[in-house]
Design a protein around this ligand. Structure first.
Ligand code: SF4
Ligand code: SF4
Length: 363
């Protein structure tokens, strides 16, 4: 398992995490070995916005003895009082729900306490007015909540909340369908969504990815909004390539499904290549580098995707990205303008020209 560091908190987080939307539907004697296998396979990050209340005792039984080695993100606003997932802005309901979750998880602390599912500015105003955010802050002072997160599907709301309060982690819905305006949570334009990724990377806020397969739709020829399926490995790689992303949180309901996710770590580059999404992308996406590296190999040895990522971040004011760029063994100054990347890029990026632009900016 590869790990990424949350720059704000220093936490070392597995690039494959686990979501909990579907595991409560699984019998205990299947769910518990699956959760245990995830842990043994190196997964140390678990989202607990579960599909039903059954998830919490499952996690408690499977992972209580290794609690100090794993990280939970728990949502202030997810309510399970009737057994299944519900959404609430009411402080007492939220407190009761979180207390019960902690008890059933056999833990007394929360690694990431999340401001849960904010997709309207009015929801955020109500959240503040009802004292839910103050409650999270108080629990942080008491050491019950270690870090604060936010989950949202909506770029404008994310910016507003990041302007209003500090967060240490963002949970955002990322997949090629949403980024190109297709699907239920395709909120914001491609540029607005990229702006969220860049802001998080620049400010050191890690991103955990929900809905990496668009609820499974992207994995099916019939349901994919593009009329063509991607593999789960292509979707995971796509999400992990976005700036700021630390971990992707797909669901799994059995040891076999966990094993399938873990095999991501051993996939060859050609299996992970998601450049086929260029054929789905709307015309306005043409000419924008998505860091897929499909244009490799570069005869000058440049990591073209990485150079472009650092450039976009540096342009957005990320000084650290500019520093990282300068430590690269090969960068835009090494481009010999052979044009190989121009021919290979499925997104019609005129990369040889862009390398000159990058060189001028960075120097
Ligand atoms: S230039 Fe094209 S192929 Fe190369 S990394 Fe960017 S988007 Fe991918
Ligand atoms: S044009 Fe430059 S960046 Fe592109 S493949 Fe040739 S040397 Fe590499």
């Amino acid at each position: 398992m590869r790990y990424r560091i949350n720059k704000k908190t220093g936490d070392r987080i597995s690039e494959i995490g686990l979501g909990s939307a579907y595991i409560p539907e699984t019998p205990l004697n299947t769910a518990i070995p699956a959760l245990r296998r995830a842990y043994e396979g190196g997964i140390n990050y678990y989202d607990l916005a579960a599909g039903s209340a059954k998830a919490f005792p499952m996690y408690g039984e499977a992972l209580a003895d290794v609690r100090k080695h794993i990280l939970y993100q728990i949502h202030f606003g997810a309510d399970y009082s009737n057994g299944t997932y519900g959404w609430s802005l009411d402080l007492d309901t939220i407190r009761r729900s979180v207390d019960k979750q902690l008890k059933e998880l056999h833990t007394d602390y929360i690694d990431y306490g999340f401001i849960h599912c904010q997709d309207e500015i009015t929801d955020w105003e109500t959240y503040l007015k009802n004292g839910v955010y103050d409650c999270i802050l108080k629990l942080k002072e008491q050491g019950v909540v270690r870090h604060i997160g936010l989950s949202s599907h909506t770029p404008a709301v994310i910016h507003r909340i990041m302007d209003d309060v500090g967060i240490d982690m963002l949970m955002f819905s990322i997949n090629p369908a949403y980024d190109y305006g297709q699907g239920e949570f395709a909120n914001g334009t491609a540029d607005e969504r990229s702006e969220v990724y860049r802001r998080c990377e620049t400010e050191g806020v890690g991103i955990t990815v929900m809905k990496p397969f668009s609820g499974g739709q992207l994995l099916s020829d019939h349901q994919s909004p593009f009329g063509r399926a991607l593999t789960q490995y292509q979707c995971i790689r796509y999400a992990l390539d976005r700036p700021g992303v630390l971990t992707v949180l797909p669901g799994a309901q059995s040891i076999q499904e966990v094993e399938e996710l873990l095999r991501y770590e051993d996939q060859p580059e050609e299996t992970l290549d998601y450049s086929v999404v260029a054929s789905f992308a709307p015309p306005q996406a043409a000419g924008k580098c998505v860091y897929c590296n499909h244009c490799k190999p570069c005869p000058a040895g440049i990591d073209i995707g990485l150079v472009n990522k650092y450039y976009d971040l540096a342009k957005a004011g990320d000084k650290l990205a500019a520093e990282h760029y300068r430590t690269l063994e090969k960068n835009a100054s090494d481009c010999i303008r052979c044009g190989h990347c121009d021919c290979r890029c499925p997104f019609s990026v005129r990369q040889s020209e862009r390398m000159q632009e990058i060189r001028a900016f960075m120097e």
